[in-house]
Design a protein around this ligand. Sequence first.
Ligand code: GLN
Length: 305
Amino acid sequence: MTSYTGIIESIAREIKPLLNKGKVATYIPALSRINPQKFGMAVATVRGELFTTGDATENFSIQSISKVFTLAMVMDRMGDSLWDRVGREASGNPFNSLVQLEYENGKPRNPFINAGALVVTDCVIFENEDPLTGLIDFVRNCSGNPSIDYDREVARSEKETGHRNAALANFLKSYDNLANDVDRVLNLYFHQCALSMSCVDLAKSFLFLANGGTDPVSGKVICGPRQAKRINALMQTCGLYDEGGEFAYRVGLPGKSGVGGGIVAVMPGELSVAVWSPGLNTAGNSLAGMMALELFTTYTARSIF
Ligand code: GLN
């Protein structure tokens, strides 16, 4: 049995000087009030062990990490028809960029940029009678934590200021790539981004991706092994927006980030690791979080490569 406690505690000490260097997201006003000194890290293994340090049990806004949950919800049910509406290539552009959509006739590059995530959210609505409850239940089921919910203030704040997402959704609609009303899709999207979870919740809820689609602790089948492999591949190529190459180079694991400062990474067959530090770099990824994960794969000599 490997204990990761010593490693993550020394990482927490090492990244301390970086906590002042990133910038907390301000374009969603409710996120701008978060203390940038927060740092948490949790490692969950397929054998059911859990290792934590710092603010690992404190809830934060998972933001774009939610895009993995919505994708997992629809991939099994929709099969390949999803890929008629969303691509599977890295965008090389910021997560909220509009430029490629026009060139590519309203088909977003991948499910993890905002445009692609809006299409996936549209599919979640199509597949579920009460989509928000369906999503919350899905996340509670993955994490084993029945108290997971969304943050009302963050959801409201996103709605009030989400003009760029509204532009993306309207643009998608003009290409007939949203089946539901624009407002309905945006509303669910803002709520999924406002889901509030801790590093412990996230590490536990991504374990199914380290174990071929089945949660190794509860034995629950979240998705099939093919879909788990594919979600990991998409996280590897598109999970950190236009920093996917940098993340592959420095960390070497499939991962997914959010502007709340969280990043989750998966080592298939072994573990999932979640980190939270609200200060972001210019690509919108957690600055200290990237470094913490780089140190983690360095010290543990773990990587998919
Ligand atoms: N809610 C955010 C947005 O849509 C999510 C972006 C992110 O985490 N990268 O802008």
